[in-house]
Design a protein around this ligand. Structure first.
Ligand code: SDX
Length: 430
């Protein structure tokens, strides 16, 4: 509590509301009693000025381009350890000791296999089903296989469900990819690290040995860390809202995957690469920049802009560096799409329209180039985002469940429909 308060005057009546200070970042005005005191609701479509919860997990300062996981700057988390270090930090709040990390790695590794019946679940899909449709279905279906970790009131069940999802979502993602391309599923191998295991499950075939490229596995591990959590974004808010009803954790994460699929959110990496392919060469950039600025044209620069970042997305900088490392490993001094992306960024950041609206590249602008270079089809880009974001969704879900203030989320509305009117019997409707 800050001792500060905010005064609202409505219909010539003055109302006081408490103001709370965070450890950093904007203060919040507690309006939970607004309706009881004034009979009015707040109105904030898109929640541009609404804090939905108190959290200690991730902090973003959009104006300064700052992103911290449990207080650690994203570039230090991405470079200082591996993705499972990051998972431990997001889940438990502190960086693991060597012994804690070894135990956590073992627990995750030993849960990477899925129930064998799940492999038959996939055969119901058409081969050309988008892998995200399979992810929404198969992660939700986990509730049908792991009944012993769906009781959200039991801390042990919450813990095992968390480990199971961090461990099994990559396996399901790789199975969705293999099913999509008509290749046999590849089982996880316990002597591989998280990212290497995922690469092998995606790209190994029974006919020959698969050797993981360490540059690719390090790049993918870093990509997972960059995408792991991001405060109260749309899909995390979806997970929290679903969890507030007491739904089981597998259903909540499936809801988050469904929301992430949208092109305005996690689907932007797939859309950004398709946009770069459509632009094709630097000489066509002005045409597309003009379209993005044209109010009558629904086209937007995918991978550009952000609700919170009004500065460069710190993750985009690391993503651009990672794409260069992967391309160099492939002996591609330059990828035509990377050249288009770098030139597009330069042109846009010198254009008044983008400068005025503080539109910068976000994490999705460069991630597609990197993932395509590693051999993933565009249809897998958002699937990889959901693999990485699973730990963030789970950490936020657990925090919500364990928050004494948490109640079922139930927003109200500004009603603009018909007021009461007489019902017209069918015989009199003309
Ligand atoms: C992610 O929330 C998160 O944290 C998400 C995420 C995470 O890690 O979870 O960071 C991941 O989803 C990143 C964002 C990926 N989406 C895209 O790259 C899609 C393209 N971007 C836009 O659709 C848009 O920028 C959003 C959706 C990201 C943000 O939308 P806002 O905050 O609602 O902003 P807005 O639509 O109100 O735009 C403000 C102005 C508008 O122009 P005016 O009406 O003021 O004239 O900027 C324009 C918009 O038209 N604008 C763009 C633009 N983005 C915004 N114009 C052209 N190209 C764009 N990309």
């Amino acid at each position: 509590m800050s001792g500060k308060s905010a005064t609202l005057i409505l219909d010539n009546k003055s109302h006081e509301f408490p103001v709370y200070e965070g450890s950093t970042g904007p203060d919040v005005i507690d309006i939970s009693k607004l309706y009881a005191q004034t009979g009015a609701f707040t109105y904030d479509p898109g929640f541009t000025s609404t804090a939905s919860c108190a959290s200690t997990i991730t902090y973003i300062d959009g104006d300064a381009g700052i992103l911290r996981y449990r207080g650690y700057p994203i570039d230090q988390v991405a470079e200082g350890g591996d993705f499972l270090d990051c998972c431990y930090l997001l889940l438990y709040g502190e960086l693991p000791t060597a012994a804690q990390k070894a135990d956590f790695d073992t627990r995750v590794t030993r849960h990477t296999m899925v129930h064998e019946q799940m492999s038959r679940f996939f055969t119901g899909f058409r081969r050309d089903a988008h892998p995200m449709s399979i992810m929404v279905a198969s992660v939700g279906a986990m509730a049908a296989f792991y009944h012993d970790s769906t009781d959200i009131s039991d801390p042990m069940a919450r813990e095992i469900a968390s480990i199971r999802m961090i461990a099994k979502v990559p396996t399901l993602a790789a199975m969705a990819f293999k099913y999509h391309i008509g290749q046999p599923f590849v089982y996880p191998k316990n002597d591989l690290d998280y990212a290497s295991n995922f690469l092998r499950m995606c790209f190994a075939v029974p006919c020959e040995d698969y050797v993981v490229n360490p540059v690719f596995s390090r790049a993918l591990d870093r990509i997972f860390t960059l995408h792991a959590d991001h405060e109260q974004n749309a899909s995390t808010s979806t997970v929290r809202l679903a969890g507030s009803s007491g739904a089981n954790p597998f259903a909540c994460i499936a809801a988050g995957i469904a929301c992430l699929w949208g092109p305005a959110h996690g689907g932007a990496n797939e859309a950004a690469l398709k946009m770069l392919e459509e632009i094709g060469s630097a000489d066509r950039i002005p045409e597309f920049v003009n379209r993005a600025k044209d109010k009558n044209d629904p086209f937007r620069l995918m991978g550009f802009g952000h609700r919170v970042y009004k500065n460069y997305d710190p993750r985009a900088k690391i993503m651009q560096q990672t794409s260069r490392e992967v391309l160099a490993e492939l002996g591609k001094k330059n990828d035509p799409l990377l050249e288009v992306a770098v030139e597009l960024e330069k042109v846009a950041l010198q254009d008044e329209y983008f400068v005025e609206r503080k539109l910068y590249p976000n994490i999705d602008f460069y991630s597609g180039i990197t993932l395509r270079a590693m051999g993933f089809p565009t249809s897998m880009f958002t699937v990889l985002f959901s693999v990485a974001r699973t730990v963030g969704w789970i950490a936020q879900w657990k925090e919500m469940i364990e928050d004494p203030d948490q109640r079922i989320g139930r927003p109200r509305q500004l009603y603009r429909g018909e007021v009461e009117r007489e019902y017209i019997p069918t015989t009199k409707r003309g």
